[in-house]
Design a protein around this ligand. Structure first.
Ligand SMILES: NC(=O)c1ccc[n+]([C@@H]2O[C@H](COP(=O)([O-])OP(=O)(O)OC[C@H]3O[C@@H](n4cnc5c(N)ncnc54)[C@H](O)[C@@H]3O)[C@@H](O)[C@H]2O)c1
Length: 372
């Protein structure tokens, strides 16, 4: 039910008003009212400059999430209301279908991560939005985490010197709602996106192993080792099989190590010790010593609010840093390479076990995947 009289509807695809002068509210919709969708509903209902006009979920609204807006069953009903943009938070397997429908109707979209279930689907989405000059973003929310924003700013300022290694760990228990993709596409895409973003480098090569223990079609544990285009080493451990929740990013370089915890939004710097050792035997060893540890203080705004503000500004035509659909595509491509590598390793092991020779040192699939 609408809480207040509706303003005149702007047909879908009509350009948003110019940024100067009093701001006319953008009309926004939401597609999917599940675990993530209800958070989007909360933000959309109070976002300055935006009028939240309706939400779509064929299952209705079990959480009283949409704050007085109509809950619709079909995307077309939302399009009939007239929207400038929509947030897509339905299951990943439906992102392509829903996104293409929005693009065909001239509606910009903030699509939850991962952009799509496959690289081909992600590419079709990028093409559709770019061809119509629409704004398309991806909900890689870690980029808006204050700890990672601080980390990136400090890396860009050269505080670490040369970067040697990025390590991430994203471990936790099983989320029963995710059934359409495995942990690589659902969770490791966060690690792939944030690693590229904080370093400003793409992936050059990687090798991965997966484990499937939950009895579902998809993997639920992955280990990835790779290198970025400048040679920086990366390592990601991501799973749904740990009875603890961890969101850890460590960047080690010439001057020490930054550690970001994106659960608490804390950033800590462990500096290399600067003192000269008097122990002659150690003088020849050029490794590091422990120095000071600093935990930084900085404002901690809710990442989802910042993500929405940036996207709204982009739809209004203002300069704004969003995660573009093209960047989201690249992340899906890297996640597909992770799965290719893991499959190659499994095949090599099966061949080796069966004594066919491949994978037993005489050739066979190479689990190292080149990305550039
Ligand atoms: N950015 C993040 O940190 C983050 C966190 C969680 C989920 N997500 C992403 O959000 C998306 C949804 O995940 P979730 O955890 O909320 O899943 P969920 O299963 O809790 O919710 C999905 C909702 O979509 C609805 N739905 C199904 N078909 C639909 C359709 N055709 N149109 C509209 N709605 C439909 C379902 O009824 C359900 O309410 C996924 O792509 C997931 O990867 C992102």
């Amino acid at each position: 039910m609408t809480a207040a009289p509706e303003p005149a509807r702007r047909p879908a695809g009509t350009p948003a008003p110019a940024a100067s002068g009093p701001r006319a509210a953008l009309r926004a919709g939401l597609i999917g009212l599940g675990a993530m969708g209800r958070n989007h509903a909360r933000i959309l209902s109070s976002l300055d400059g935006v009028r939240f006009v309706g939400a779509v979920d064929p299952a209705g609204d079990p959480h009283s999430a949409p704050h007085g807006v109509p809950v619709l069953r079909e995307v077309d009903e939302l399009l009939d209301l007239g929207v400038d943009y929509a947030v897509v938070a339905c299951p990943t397997a439906l992102h392509e279908e829903v996104g293409l429908r929005l693009a065909a109707n001239g509606v910009s979209a903030l699509i939850e991560k991962p952009l799509a279930h496959s690289a081909q689907a992600a590419r079709r989405l990028v093409d559709a939005f770019e061809a119509r000059g629409l704004v398309a973003g991806v909900g890689h929310i870690e980029r808006f985490n204050p700890a990672l924003q601080q980390l990136r700013t400090r890396l860009e300022a050269g505080e670490l010197g040369e970067v040697f290694q990025v390590v991430t760990r994203r471990q936790g228990p099983f989320p029963h709602r995710v059934a359409d993709v495995g942990v690589v596409k659902d969770l490791a895409t966060h690690d792939i996106d944030l690693t590229s973003w904080i370093t400003g480098r793409g992936y050059a090569t990687l090798s991965a192993r997966t484990v499937s223990k939950s009895g579902r079609e998809h993997e639920d544990m992955v280990a990835v080792v790779g290198s970025l285009t400048d040679g920086t080493m990366v390592c990601h451990l991501v799973n749904w099989l740990s009875p603890l929740k961890e969101r850890f990013t460590a960047v080690t370089g010439e001057r020490g190590c930054f550690v970001a915890d994106t659960l608490t939004a804390d950033l800590t710097f462990h500096a290399n010790g600067a003192f000269a050792t008097e122990w002659e035997a150690l003088r020849a060893f050029r490794g590091v010593a422990e120095g000071d540890t600093v935990r930084y203080a900085f404002p901690k705004r809710e990442p989802l609010v910042v993500e929405h503000e940036r996207f709204r500004d982009a739809v209004e035509g203002k300069p704004s840093e969003i995660v573009t659909a093209r960047e989201g595509l690249r992340t899906v491509e890297v996640s597909a390479a992770v799965l290719d590598s893991a499959r190659g390793a499994l095949t090599a092991r099966a061949d080796s076990d069966s004594g066919s020779g491949a994978g037993s040192g005489s050739g066979g699939p190479d689990p190292d995947v080149q990305l550039v």
